[in-house]
Design a protein around this ligand. Structure first.
Ligand SMILES: Cc1cc2nc3c(=O)[nH]c(=O)nc-3n(C[C@H](O)[C@H](O)[C@H](O)COP(=O)(O)O)c2cc1C
Length: 503
């Protein structure tokens, strides 16, 4: 039995056909300039929860003979993210439970129990990637990055940017797909055959790079632009423990990932790839990358990152070039981040059971603020929950502010959260201030790069030794009175005079 709700999407075109049948994919024939215009259009579409958009006539000034149309906004809604994983959106929390079980130090007692709890486990236990002989669907072409409709997203960007390439790396030694890392890292195009790969130092790709550097060897790198949606999303989901992204894709697809050999380097890439770039990074060669507009809503500083040399470029027949922009929310990474909270939540609850729910507001760069709803039963518990949160996953060390509230507060409603802070916290007693903790490298508000403070706000009702005073009773109306008032209000709306209608 499969955990999928939807038919298999073996390649991107099958997913796009599905989205089209759901009214969730649109082709747009008008010429759109890949210099700024595509980003400006995409921002308007994503802000309205609009469809995945294939811009069939990308142009750059007068140039319009690109090798592929431009696909943007593929994962611009929670629904399309869930659908890409093969499920309906309401099943995302269940998927989170399943992934938490893969992390669990105590595996389910028996395989039968695992299958019963999480039907996807069956596929999960058989996910070793499968190597195939060759990929006939891919045709080599003149290796030239300038033939792709690579967007320039923001006016002061340092150049065109490949934004949705899956960068596939491996450690030195024999080519073994089980050791591969897949991550989405932006790439600044320097010329037809060169680009800079910006992997942040703690990313899987950067870790492999350091191993090649230590040996002083040239590092092979394969980049896939566009492929089946589960593999695309596996490259951004924080994979649990030692489960590789390819294994994760196999779990979502309910069948092991199929990999075809590269033409010029000792590596394999997903068979579903639309565009494959093969190349290498020479030992010690770096270049200044950026500045580029980023998800923070600002331009990053320029910094040195390794240079990728393109050896070979292969395309599927009628390929699409997948792209996006990063900027102040809403952008695709912020929508993905929001959906990923469903995946984090069970992992969090496994470790800190009093955390009932967590919300990372997309407007706060998706991770710099967290609101925790806790089931509080003893004094000091909000502080314990906040400290546990910061320590649990490496990415939570980038959360600068944590607000802990009680179970009656709607953590997605700012008015409710602000009310809790205003009425349940005292600045002298309820602020937890930490200094010199790890923070986002991209956070220029911290005094030094990578090191800064944290603030926890305990906005829960104080109990026991936390206070000498008793908290006042919260105003509520009896449920039956509310129900009668709802009916009365409906009558009021129906009879209100034209022009003074109460919404
Ligand atoms: C559109 C998009 C662009 C991204 N760009 C970058 C980037 O430039 N550098 C980076 O380190 N992470 C970037 N990320 C985040 C990583 O891809 C993501 O955290 C991934 O899980 C990292 O995988 P890894 O831990 O295996 O390295 C981006 C994510 C998305 C969705």
């Amino acid at each position: 039995m499969s955990g999928r709700d939807l038919p298999p999407f073996r390649k991107l075109s099958e997913f796009l056909s599905f989205l089209e049948s759901e009214g969730d994919f649109q082709r747009f024939e008008a010429p759109v300039d890949i210099h700024l215009e595509a980003t400006a259009l995409h921002r308007k579409v994503i802000a309205k929860g609009g469809p995945a958009l294939q811009l069939t006539a990308p142009r750059k000034g007068s140039k319009s003979d690109f090798l592929a149309p431009l696909l943007v906004n593929l994962f611009g809604t929670r629904k399309r993210i869930a659908n890409g994983l093969g499920i309906r959106p309401d099943k995302l929390p269940e998927l989170g439970e399943f992934l938490a079980s893969l992390r669990s130090p105590q595996p389910p007692k028996s395989l039968r129990e695992a299958y019963k709890l999480f039907p996807m486990a069956k596929a999960g236990l058989n996910t070793r990637p499968k190597r195939i002989g060759s990929n006939k669907a891919l045709e080599p072409t003149d290796p030239d990055l300038c033939q792709l409709p690579v967007q320039t997203c923001w006016p002061d960007d340092a150049g065109p940017l490949i934004t949705w390439g899956i960068v596939i790396t491996r450690p030195p030694g024999a080519d073994d797909p089980r050791t591969y890392n897949l991550g989405i890292y932006r790439m600044q195009v320097l010329g037809p055959k060169t680009a800079i790969i910006r992997w942040l130092p703690f990313r899987g790709g950067a870790q492999h790079y350091r191993k090649w550097q230590q040996k002083g060897d040239t590092m092979p790198v394969a980049i896939v632009i566009g492929c089946d949606p589960a593999t695309l999303l596996s490259a951004v989901i924080p994979a649990p423990g030692d489960v590789s992204e390819l294994a994760l894709a196999g779990i979502f697809n309910d069948t092991p990932s199929r990999l075809a050999p590269c033409r010029t380097i000792e590596m394999h890439v997903p068979e579903s790839a639309e565009i494959v770039l093969e190349g290498e990074i020479k030992p010690g060669e770096v270049a200044l990358e950026g500045p580029f507009g980023d998800h923070t809503g600002y331009y990053n500083d320029a910094a040195s990152y390794p240079v990728f040399h393109l050896n070979s470029m292969s395309l599927r027949k009628d390929p699409v070039y997948l792209s996006t922009f990063t900027g102040r929310a809403p952008d695709e990474p912020s929508v993905i981040g929001d959906a990923m909270t469903d995946i984090f939540r069970p992992i969090l609850r496994q470790a800190i059971p009093e955390i009932v729910d967590v919300f990372l507001p997309p407007a706060t760069c998706s991770y710099r603020f967290a609101v925790l709803k806790i089931d509080k039963s003893y004094p000091g518990q909000a502080r314990r929950a906040m400290m546990g949160f910061w320590s649990l996953l490496p990415q939570f060390s980038m959360t600068k502010y944590v607000i802990a509230v009680d179970g009656d507060i709607d953590i997605r409603c700012w008015d409710d959260v602000m009310w809790a802070i205003a009425t349940r916290s005292d600045p002298e007693r309820d602020l937890l201030v930490l200094d010199r903790t790890p923070v986002d490298q991209l956070d220029f508000a911290s005094p030094v790069e990578g090191l800064g403070g944290k603030l926890g706000i305990d906005a829960t009702i104080k109990i026991g030794a936390e206070t000498t005073r008793s908290f006042a009773e919260k105003l509520t109306m009896p449920a039956e009175v509310e129900a009668r008032a709802d009916a009365l209000f409906a009558g009021l709306q129906a009879t209100s005079p034209a022009g003074r209608h109460i919404q």
